[in-house]
Design a protein around this ligand. Structure first.
Ligand SMILES: *Cc1c(COP(=O)(O)O)cnc(C)c1O
Length: 382
């Protein structure tokens, strides 16, 4: 399938042939036992026909030599980190990461003898200061959750090369539609496929994309940790990715319009969306992303009651996850960041009035009307 465009790869790359009935889509192979005259084929070796097909699709979408599909985003992230870090090694990480990643590092790396530091800022220099003799990995997440901060991919890749480190990115918020970190020299791309790749809030999965040399190391750990995705979910995820490009482009478009609408609303103090010119890293986002995603967060003015706003929404649903075709909101202070102290949250810029908004593919006017009526009720009742 080389030489085709992204949208075409979404649909056709890695699709399995149906040699018997000539069906138009991939057949599903549910077997957990294969003839030993075959190669060592077994789902936990990530090499069943459906797993191999989907891995190929992810690889081509990220411009990587190889891909590997996992049972969750955290399975992909933990496996990749443990593949390149052993006792005595050190990793430098971005400060504001997905909560599960922070927990893995802070709660468990000590027991493996792995040292870590969090960069205090987002610039390459903030990461470089933390690099030590035994540093092996540099780990970023951009755009970040929930404030949509942007880290310079080319600068981090260059820094990693200078110090001979492996660079990793959690690129979940961007999806391969909006950002392809390997083209900037980043070594390993990680996704929670539960989000944009799945896109329908019904599959938990993860993915790694990187060079064949790096994948050899990831795979060696992966088959021992056993974090493969089930065959049924593998098949479903392949199906979901067929519409990835069209979904995410609509989400980008809706989010841009709604970010502009919210930014102009008197009840809203701030909108964090890289597509707005007011975003501090708008120029950088424009340089390294093809689109600005369907994710944003905004702060409701303290004079307005946030809880009333949440309850007044009729179309937009209050749920924890993100990136589905349906629009959803979550309140970081009481969900993803509730374990931090109020001071800890304030330090990260996460106020009690902050709303994270995952924009879906409903008609944008219906979404605007829902926000508008909820904000009006909020104003009346506060
Ligand atoms: C959800 C998420 C994860 C974790 O993925 P799971 O599929 O829930 O394990 C990791 N990183 C980011 C940015 C996420 O949003």
């Amino acid at each position: 399938m080389k030489g085709k465009q992204f949208e075409t790869h979404c649909i056709h790359e890695g699709q399995l042939e149906d040699p018997i009935y000539k069906g138009a889509i991939s057949p599903i192979y549910m077997a957990t036992a294969y003839s030993y005259e075959e190669t060592d084929r077994y789902p936990r070796y990530f090499n069943t026909p459906n797993q191999v097909g989907l891995a190929q699709k992810i690889a081509i979408l990220e411009g990587a030599e190889e891909g590997l599909i996992f049972g969750s985003g955290m399975a992909a992230i933990s496996t990749a980190l443990l593949a390149f870090l052993k006792a005595g090694d050190h990793v430098v990480l971005q400060n504001d990461l997905y909560g599960g990643t922070t927990n893995l590092v802070v709660e468990h790396f000590n027991q493996y003898g792995i040292e870590y530091s969090f960069a205090t800022g987002l610039y390459a220099a903030d990461f470089e200061i933390e690099i030590k003799e035994n540093t092996k990995v540099i780990y970023i997440e951009t755009p970040s959750n929930p404030l949509m901060k942007i880290v310079d991919l080319a600068a981090i890749a260059q820094l990693a090369k200078k110090h001979k480190l492996v660079s990793m990115i959690d690129s979940t918020f961007a999806s391969p539609v909006n950002q392809n970190p390997i083209s900037f020299g980043i070594d390993i791309v990680l996704h929670s496929a539960t989000k944009y790749l799945g896109g329908h809030s019904d599959i938990l999965a993860g993915a790694v994309a990187c060079s064949a040399v790096h994948m050899k190391k990831v795979f060696a750990v992966a088959k021992g940790l056993g974090g493969n995705l089930s065959e049924l979910s593998t098949w479903l995820l392949e199906r979901s990715i067929k519409t990835l490009s069209i979904r995410v482009r609509q989400q980008n478009e809706n989010a841009q319009a709604l970010a502009e609408y919210l930014a102009a609303h008197p009840a809203i103090d701030a909108v964090h969306y890289p597509g707005l010119e007011s975003h501090p890293d708008h120029a950088l986002a424009k340089k390294q992303m093809h689109g600005f995603t369907g994710m944003m967060s905004f702060e409701i003015n303290a004079a307005y009651n946030r809880t009333v706003f949440e309850k007044a929404l009729q179309l937009i649903q209050p749920v924890v996850s993100l990136a589905g075709v349906e629009s959803t909101i979550t309140i970081p202070a009481i969900t993803s960041h509730k374990l931090l102290t109020p001071e800890g949250r304030a330090k990260q810029g996460i106020t009690d009035q902050l709303v994270r908004f995952s924009v879906g593919i409903e008609h944008v006017e219906d979404l605007k009307n829902d926000l508008n009526q909820a904000l009006e009720k909020t104003a009346n009742e506060s």
